[in-house]
Design a protein around this ligand. Structure first.
Ligand SMILES: Nc1ncnc2c1ncn2[C@@H]1O[C@H](COP(=O)(O)OP(=O)(O)OP(=O)(O)O)[C@@H](O)[C@H]1O
Length: 387
């Protein structure tokens, strides 16, 4: 559904434009403004995909409206409507970033062609922006506290090597982010990064998930299937929540690490794999070893390098930066303007107990962004994110 604003003071022309556009596509959502002031008001509150804007209008003329659009929603295409005698101005608006101009009375075909091209163009721009964001921003690690700086330095040192890394820390602290960074800064970056959440896979399936199986290995194995280790060949496998892995799967992982070979379930044929292993856990593995739930030899194989990600309560200094980061992320995901957080709102958030760590903070910022006012105040925080 495209949102279109028609800013035109002559009611008859406005009516014609609304009619032409609604007949062209009944999913267009059309707003009308009868003068420049109303147009600017609407641009401040609604994100448009296209604006049709008359040049001569009361209160603010088309040129002023165009300038305001370029300031508030720079990506939106603006098609100017020029009356008799303002052709020079129409040309000037093109220099100022208008997408096109059409003359009054509007020619139906000319108008629709311009509208279609402008909307397609805008769609492409939006999609491109989304794509770029996915690649570069997804795994950005925000924070300037000492622990985060140390982690970043550690990643820089360790990533280019093949050393195994064990990442520890509470839920939602950013362990997965660290694992991604280790892969992205390594020579393996062009090869797969395969993530396995060991806690989410039932223990009877984990071996087949990791190492694959051959047809007939168990009842539902109706064809040969490669596992995650094979899929990660040349790249990195990230064993998340490794503390939840069954002892029998641990024994097989140990063998894979010792010999760089795996066997599919139900087969005794060795398959060579070249995989870097990164593991993470929120459990105290030393305690798990004492309780005989985790193999000590596997622990030593995995924990060549240890990276501990402290909880958010131990690095409150990062909270303002994270708030800003998530506010931007949430706004761009939803395609709306970034909301500012007032200093007193940030102070209250900083004082909270964040046992749910960064993930919990992200959820709270998203909630405030949706429910709070235009700028987020202390009252918004107390109303929608009280602890
Ligand atoms: N320093 C950070 N900068 C930006 N985003 C972060 C940071 N730390 C965590 N996040 C974000 O918080 C969320 C939780 O992080 P992540 O999944 O890495 O945590 P985790 O420790 O792996 O959690 P779990 O143990 O529950 O799997 C993700 O959306 C992640 O992008």
């Amino acid at each position: 559904m495209s949102k279109i604003l028609i800013a035109e003071d002559e009611p008859s022309i406005r009516r014609v434009l609304v009619k032409i556009l609604s007949e062209e596509n009944d999913t267009y959502s059309i707003e009308e403004a009868e003068d420049g002031a109303v147009a600017i008001q609407l641009i401040k509150s609604i994100e448009f995909d296209l604006v049709l804007c008359d040049i001569k209008m009361p209160k603010h003329d088309g040129l002023e409206v165009l300038e305001k659009i370029k300031e508030l929603q720079p990506e939106v295409p603006v098609v100017m409507i020029s009356g008799h005698g303002d052709l020079d101005t129409a040309v000037e608006t093109m220099r100022k970033g208008a997408f096109d101009y059409i003359s009054k009375p509007p020619d139906l075909n000319r108008l629709l062609t311009s509208v279609r091209i402008a909307l397609d163009n805008n769609q492409l721009k939006v999609e491109n922006k989304k794509l770029k964001r996915k690649v570069s921003k997804k795994y950005e690690m925000i924070g300037q506290s000492e622990p985060i700086q140390e982690i970043k330095q550690m990643i820089d040192k360790v990533a280019p090597t093949d050393a195994r890394v064990l990442i520890t820390g509470g839920n939602g602290t950013g362990k997965e982010l660290v694992a991604h960074w280790l892969h992205e800064k390594s020579e393996r970056v062009k090869k797969p990064f395969i993530e396995v959440n060991c806690a989410a896979i039932p223990s009877e399936l984990i071996e087949s998930e990791l190492f694959g199986h051959v047809k007939g290995a168990f009842t539902s194995a109706n064809k040969d299937r490669a596992g995650k280790f094979e899929a990660a060949n040349g790249g990195t496998i990230f064993l998340d929540e490794i503390g939840d892995m069954s002892l029998s799967a641990q024994a097989k992982v140990l063998r894979a690490l010792q010999e760089n070979k795996i066997q599919r379930v139900g087969s005794d044929k060795d398959i060579k794999v070249d995989v870097r292993v990164i593991a993470a856990t929120n459990k105290d593995l030393k305690q798990e070893i004492e309780d005989k739930k985790f193999r000590e030899d596997l622990y030593h194989r995995l924990a060549v390098i240890l990276i501990h990600v402290p909880g958010l309560n131990q690095r409150r200094k990062d909270i303002p930066l994270l708030i800003e980061h998530f506010a931007k992320a949430v706004a761009s995901e939803n395609g709306n303007a970034v909301k500012e957080f007032k200093p007193d709102a940030i102070e209250v958030l900083k004082s909270y107990d964040w046992t749910g760590n960064v993930r919990e903070l992200r959820n709270v910022i998203e909630r405030l962004h949706i429910l709070g006012g235009e700028t987020i105040s202390k009252d918004d925080v107390e109303l929608f994110a009280a602890k």
